[in-house]
Design a protein around this ligand. Sequence first.
Ligand code: GLU
Length: 635
Amino acid sequence: MEIFDYLQIRLTKFVLLRRKLLLSLSTLLLVSTGLPAWSDNSESLGVPGVRGGVVTTSEPNAARIGADILRKGGNAIDAAAAVQFALNVVEPQSSGIGGGGFMLIYLAKEKKTVAVDSREKAPAAATPDMFVPFVTSGGFGVASTSGVAVGVPGTLLGVAEALDSWGTMSLSETLQPAIKLAEEGFRVGPRLAESSDSSRLQNEIGNPAYDEARKVFRPGNAPLVEGQLLVQSDMARTLRMIADQGTDVFYKGDIAQAIIDTQKATRNGRAEGIGRMTLEDLANYNVVIREPIEDEYRDFTIKSMGPPSSGALTVLQILKLVERFPMGDEEAGFGFGSTRTLNVMIEAMRLAFADRAVWMGDEDFVDVPTVGLLADDYIELRSALINPDVRQVNVLPDDPRPFDTAGVQGKTKLAALSPVIEKGVNTTHFSIVDREGNVVSYTTTIESGWGTGLMVPGFGFLLNNELTDFNFVPALNPDPANFNPGANDVAPNKRPRSSMSPSIVFKGKKPVAAYGSPGGSTIIDSVVNVSMNLIDHGMDVQEAVDAPRIAQTSANGTVRREIGFSEQVMAELAALGHTLRDPADIGSVQAVIIDRDKKTQYGAADRRRVGGIVTLDRNEVRDRDDEDDDEDDDD
Ligand code: GLU
């Protein structure tokens, strides 16, 4: 399929890019800390932690901006707002106000974790079959670059509502650093330069709808050059309008009308590709504050994003499925990177992704058996299918409903599976902890790199293609009361199923780590890999982030792997029957660690992208309460 080729090309590019990034890494990381994972090995590394807060992002300018907010006395939520707006300027291919995301927040005073769902929504006029015409002609490539793929954006309102509820700064204050960056420009980094060569910015040359993004990111249809100054005046104007007039100008005012006009663009003149969003859809967009889904893995509690994301449920299912194996025990043939360890991980991923394809979607629209999927008895039944030395020939989803609600009759071994369409390797994740111990773990996206490739004319931001995260072909069963695999079918006002898994890990009631990743459905696997590296393999956090990853995102598909595993182990996995793809980078994890015993904080950024970490000593951070009058000094 077209999409696989496309993905493969992009992944190959990423491997090349990574080499370049490694060379320039030392200059681009603002402050690199060696980073202990858990309290007992921090001193042995000789790396002092900090107490004033840590910001880790995939782009150094954004990390610096987040840290400046903390320095001024802002909290993690204020810093997250400023980082998100800055990323819209410096990493525009991955996230922005034209997209959506999930922000997990731990509030230190309340000792409470909340999940801010600003996922894009389908317009009211969306229909389950709206992508069907593209299956036979045009495929993901055409559908995802046409207006029909654009979901009603949620990022701006999500950030604004989080600030309102838990921040200490105004929306306008947190926008100022991004406005300055857009207005005065910044030096293009290697990843942005590389990304601007994407085929997504080269569609329909001469068509004003697609030329708009090219004018900024491929002037003269040539990619950006590393080191050049990139000024984005339209973006600056938009952010300033929002700072002056509030979110209404975006959801109900001039910007709203421009969004509606822009999503009418369609590739190849295809009528089916015209976007269906109306002004009413924008005005009606709502952010939802949800409870994260949590479960225990060994001595830790992991909280992550529940529906409409499949993140928490799938991450936790995989971890629960492997929990009965001694994953860290080298003497038992396990330990990092051994054949048994990797086989158990892959088998668990296959089982969990089989269930994901059937049962997970937007729970405001479908019943997701969230309890049953993680119930001990159900996990036991599923985990019993894993043999560390064998590959299951054919993995099927099962029926967790009897474990979810008493009295529902389940039927086991379901045969139907919705097709797995693998999408973007973009998106971005950042993690922040402030001096008070508030934590933000935020995964944010416009879906594919550069989203639809459609930039709102005169306003300088890109529109997402998030609706392609829905099933392309409706999977609704004729007997939905018995079994309904259409959990992720398109429906009016519904949110497409995500894989984003912003997570916070707790020891007892105290948060000890926060992380997440981009990478489409491999996000789930990246979070699993890093969790096991920390918890089972005792790595420090930078090691845990750097270690090679393995990923499987469907019941019976191929296995992705990174460079760095033993080739003999890879051959043994192949001998078990796994089909391994060529090595390619998986994800980009930004993490923070909180050592509550020593009251110190650390961070790690992923070398697979550029990465930016700023750590702050307590004496670098002002007390906002003491100096609340002299704001608006925006540097
Ligand atoms: N749209 C994807 C999701 O919500 C994220 C895309 C990516 O990470 O590249 O799961």
